[in-house]
Write a protein that binds this ligand. Structure first.
Ligand SMILES: [Zn+2]
Length: 218
């Protein structure tokens, strides 16, 4: 039993140690959080009955993801950050397209948008991964695989024409981290340890898809 666990631990550690992200650039997009120039809210995102704001959860997870990726050697550009939590725009769709267009302009390795799902059905639960173009399908599958152990369930996994997935030329996914309208999932989404697990799942998927074995040996 102990021997098996040790072997599993060793095997489990290897990809994290060996895969580095040197030479990669990711655009991480914490969903929503856009204001009109006069300060009124333009794109607020979902709000749970208990007052949890999607835009706050996506920003926290996005910043954690950025930190994990940077620690592995990647360059990361956030479309919103703790330092600059609000985007300024006058049109929600155009602003979402601009987020993906930034990744195109920078020639990013990939674009990752993070969101929280919402439903009138409080029992609705699970993560979703959306992509559109064929260059994004492998990343979407890898993220799905890494999110599965979090046991949030799966809501949707499919190609979907969204502002960001349609605008992006670089590999692009939109991830729903869980349902903010489901009381149990809202608790996990606001738990900092769980936010770290979600961010780690995404970082591990990006490492698996875009990581470089050769760099680690140098
Ligand atoms: Zn959203």
């Amino acid at each position: 039993m102990v021997r098996v666990l040790e072997e599993e631990a060793t095997l489990g550690m290897m990809p994290l140690v060996a895969l580095v992200l040197t030479g990669t650039l990711f655009v991480v997009d914490p969903g929503h959080g856009t204001r009109f120039p006069d300060g009124r809210s333009l794109n607020v995102g979902a709000v749970s009955k208990s007052g949890i704001r999607e835009a706050a959860v996506t920003l926290a997870v996005g910043e954690r993801l950025a930190a994990l990726l940077r620690a592995r050697g990647a360059r990361v550009v956030l479309t919103r950050s703790f330092a600059r939590p609000y985007r300024i725009a006058t049109n929600k769709n155009r602003d979402n397209r601009a987020r993906a267009a930034l990744a195109n302009r920078l020639g990013a390795t990939a674009f990752v948008a993070v969101h929280c799902d919402a439903s009138l059905d409080v029992a609705a639960r699970g993560t979703s991964v959306f992509w559109l173009k064929p260059n994004s399908a492998t990343l979407a599958k890898t993220i799905r695989h890494k999110l599965a152990p979090l046991a949030l369930g799966e809501s949707q996994f499919r190609a979907r024409d969204l502002a960001v997935t349609s605008e992006a030329i670089v590999p692009a996914v939109l991830v729903e981290l869980g349902f903010i309208t489901n009381p149990a999932q809202a608790r996990t989404l606001t738990n900092s340890a769980f936010q770290e697990r979600e961010a780690t799942a995404l970082a591990d998927a990006l490492s698996e898809r875009f990581g470089n074995h050769a760099e680690a040996a140098r």
